[in-house]
Each structure stands twice: as C-alpha cells, then as structure tokens.
Ligand binder design. Structure first.
Ligand code: AHR
Length: 500
C-alpha cells in the first residue's frame, strides 16, 4: 500500500499547545494511594511521594495534571484534605464506593506537582456543592494572604499561593451516574454563577465548563448549547471526554477511534461557534479534552464491583497492548490536528487507573505500552502544527464508515528547523509506504531520528515481569532523498520521524 502527504511550512494550524500533554490524577483506585503517594515505599521521598513514579511522570513529558477528579470530585469536601494528617476525616467516596482517607489533599498535591514540574488544573465540586465552596477553595489556594483561608494555607506550610490558573467547573454533570447530576439548564446557571464569582475574585482565571461525558450521551450537543447559552461570556473552555475500546472483536473500528475523536471535536466546535454567533460574540470557546484514553469500559461494567468501602482498591487497572498504544498515538495525532481549538487535554489517568504508568505497592513502577507514543509525542511535537494534505487508501469499518488507512500530523519549529511527522498505519495486514513531499521546505533537511512502535503480536503487553516487552524501536526503512521522505509504516503501527 502507498500513501502521500504534502507539507507546507506556511500552512500553520496553530502553535503546539504544551497543555495538550496533560494528564489526570483522581482520588480513585490506586492513582493517588500507592500510585503517586506511598509513604514507607523504598523509593518514597520525605513527603511520601514515590520517586520512581515521579521520574516516570517527568519522562512521560506531562505538562499539566487535572486534580482531584473525576466523578470523585462531585462529592468531595476539599477542606477534609488540609491540616494535620492524623486529624483528617475518613469519608465515603460514593463515586467509587471506597474510603477516602484524605491523607493527600491540595497541599500535598501541590507539593507533588512542583516536584513533577506540572501545572495544576483544579476541578471544583459542583455536584453536591456550589459557588461558596468554589470561592473558598480558590481563596485557600490562590489568595496571597491576610484572609482566613489564605492564612490557613500559610499556617499549613505554604507561604506562597499556588497560582492555579485553569479551573474545571465540576465534572461530567450531564451523567446520571454523577453525584449531583443536573440538567443542562441547572448546570449552565450554576456554572455561570460560579464562573462569575471566581472571576470577580481573580479576573485572569481560565475556566472550563463541563461538556458531554461522551459523544453517545443522549444530550450530546444540546447540553453544550444550553450550558454555553448561560455561560458563554464567563468561561473559556468547554470540556470533552472520550474513552475508546475494542468492541466485539472489531479491531478495524477500534484502530480508527481517532475518526470519532475528530468528529467529536468538530461537532463541539460547531456547537460552541453557533452559540457564539447567536450571541453576536467575537469570543471563541476552546476545547479542553480533559479525559481521553483507551478504557476497557465494557469489561469494567460487566465486573462485580470492587469490595465496598475499601481504601485504594484495585479499580480499572487496564493492561494495555500494542494495538492500544497505536490508538493512543493516533488520538494524540487527532488532538494535535485540532490545536487551533483544542488547547488543553488530559490523558486519563496518570498511574494505575487506566494509566500509562503502573506501580505495585512496595514494588516497582513501569511503563505500559501506551506510555511510549505519549512520551515521544510530548518530547518531539514543537513549534506549530501544520496542515497535512494526506492521500491514503481507505478501508471500511462498522463503526466509522470508510476511513483512511494512514493518519498523520506534522509539527514544524521554524526557529530550530525541526520537522516532525507522526503517523499511524491502521491496516491489519499490509505495510504502507508513506511518501512525504517536502519541496516547500529548505533543501537540506536530514533525518534526525525515527521511531516505530509495532509488534508481531498485537496483544503483547508490558508487565511487571517484562516491563520493556513493547517499546518504540528505531525505524529501519526510512530515507530522505532531496525533498522526499519515504518511510515504510508496518501494519498496525505508530511512528514518529524527526527531520532537521
Ligand atoms: O477517569 C475515570 C472516570 O471517567 C472519571 O472519574 C469520570 O469523570 C469519567 O467518567
């Protein structure tokens, strides 16, 4: 098979937003406890944070982390997690039917985030709570000094405010499973009131209204339209959440999951812009794709619930294979392609819970297959995203119709001259020779590095025993000849090629 891409350094979509490489830490399962935090672990630091997980987080290239939920946040009292640890209450977490010990709260998380060198994206509880509690947590984390809650933070050891800029106004309130689930009208009014209050406290905040929890929600589209009719002027983003899995053994559809993500983004951009047009607004609402990943959700839904009211139970610790990694790489291609409107995104989640990093209590931490395309994309995508003119063979899928075999995106850093092409081959049997036409670039582009992730066994995984079974390897069949790059993309593979 053969495919072609034409690239033009002047055909820029948008700058690469560093916030595209966000992740998510929810108080769920073992993401926090025995994930990022495990006092007593041989590799725990003086604050109880696992230094092995911290090192992998840095290697992953995560830039921003959403916290503390997720469904968890819709019943969370942030003040349970501050002050002397021994006095913090144990609470029921209704979202995951576990016990929250509150040994980690915002002060600990901010300390971890500083060590991981990531920006915090903070979600407030608009499920069981409202405007006042959002203002309270804002006062605690961002107000400098001289008020009750800012002085409490200082007394708890943080002399300086955390300066959190990006705030989620609740989580998935369109979902009937959400504690405090609301209609679009109810949520739109609450989100707008909360946004106005937070802005009055600190005008420069960037605020994210909840969009749909998935494109199959019955209220998809109308939810966003109603919410934005109330909140358009006072929010900056609307969120999207999407999880993909192979269903009914249909690998072809699964490999084309990014087609659904493209459609999801395009639909929400169109919806937001139509509200903006009706309101005669010059402002554009961007998209925060703040939960995305592969998640074997149907397996989880078919399982008996984890032991009720346990502390940090094992919940949705999906083990990812080669095909999953190719899909994750492709979802990043989709997010990058939409960099003009998707300027923040979070892979859900960071550790253990549907995560690129796995860790065992008292034991090692390792990289799942999906770690690799994320880490390479975060490291290599620089400068601006370019429009890709792609000509590819197609194949038929049950879920997404006729789709391209090859998907690709490119970034170009005009200052240092790096051009990077990210590409997937979704064909299950044949390799594809991808030809990239570079005649519009300077003449002396040379191959700097090229990586491919694939395997004979598409179900191969990385485990505690074999943590490096699946890794990207240097691509072998790649050449740059004058103004043409040729690369052979093996069947079911993800690749990154950097020219300089
Ligand atoms: O990431 C797991 C869960 O998925 C989150 O808690 C929720 O927001 C979503 O439904």
């Amino acid at each position: 098979l053969a495919a072609t891409v034409v690239l033009d350094p002047g055909a820029v979509v948008a700058p690469v937003s560093r916030r595209t490489f966000g992740s998510f830490v929810e108080h769920m399962g073992r993401c926090v406890y025995t994930g990022i935090y495990e006092p007593g672990h041989p590799q725990a630091d003086e604050d109880g944070f696992r230094t092995d997980v911290l090192a992998l987080t840095r290697e992953l290239g995560v830039t921003m982390v959403r916290y503390p939920g997720g469904n968890f946040v819709s019943g969370y009292r942030w003040e349970d997690g501050i002050g002397p640890a021994a006095q913090r209450p144990r609470r029921r977490d209704l979202a995951w039917h576990s016990i929250e010990t509150n040994q980690v709260g915002i002060d600990e998380f901010a300390r971890w985030a500083a060590k991981a060198d990531v920006e915090i994206m903070y979600a407030v509880n608009l499920g069981t709570r409202g405007v006042q509690e959002a203002l309270d947590v804002h006062e605690y984390v961002n107000h400098a000094e001289g008020t009750q809650l800012s002085e409490l933070r200082r007394a708890n050891g943080a002399a300086k405010p955390y300066g959190i800029t990006l705030w989620c106004l609740g989580n998935e309130l369109d979902g009937p499973w959400q504690t405090g689930h609301k209609t679009a009208q109810e949520y739109g009014l609450l989100a707008a009131a909360t946004a106005r209050a937070l802005r009055s406290a600190e005008p420069g905040l960037e605020l994210v209204a909840c969009g749909s929890s998935g494109s199959s929600m019955p209220t998809f589209g109308t939810w966003e339209a109603t919410v934005l009719e109330h909140a358009y002027d006072v929010v900056d983003y609307v969120s999207c959440h999407a999880y993909y899995e192979e269903l009914d053994g249909d690998l072809g559809s699964f490999l084309a999951s990014a087609v659904d993500m493209d459609h999801f983004v395009d639909s929400i951009v169109a919806t937001a812009d139509s509200v903006g047009a009706r309101l005669r607004s010059k402002k554009k609402i961007n998209i925060s794709f703040d939960e995305w990943n592969v998640w074997y959700l149907s397996r989880f839904q078919g399982q008996a619930p984890a032991a009720d009211w346990a502390v940090a139970p094992r919940v949705i610790e999906d083990e990812y294979n080669v095909a999953d990694a190719v899909v994750v790489g492709n979802l990043l291609i989709s997010l990058l392609r939409h960099s003009d409107r998707v300027t923040a995104a979070c892979q859900a989640q960071l550790v253990n819970v549907i995560a690129p990093i796995r860790s065992e209590p008292g034991g090692p931490a390792w990289r799942q297959t999906i770690f690799h395309p994320f880490a390479k994309t975060a490291a290599l995508a620089r400068g601006s995203v370019l429009h890709t003119r792609l000509d590819s063979p197609t194949y038929a899928t049950a879920r997404h119709g006729e789709v391209a075999v090859v998907d690709a995106v490119a970034t170009y850093d005009s200052e240092d001259g790096d051009l990077v092409i990210f590409a997937v081959n979704r064909d299950q049997t044949d390799s594809v020779e991808l030809t990239v036409d570079l005649h519009l670039f300077k003449a002396d582009l040379r191959l700097a590095e090229a990586w491919t992730l694939t395997d004979e066994d598409l179900r191969a995984t990385n485990t505690q025993e074999q943590p490096d079974r699946v890794t990207p390897v240097p691509a072998e069949r790649v050449t740059v000849d004058g103004s043409t790059l040729r690369v052979v993309l093996p069947r079911v593979s993800w690749s990154a090629i950097r020219l300089h």
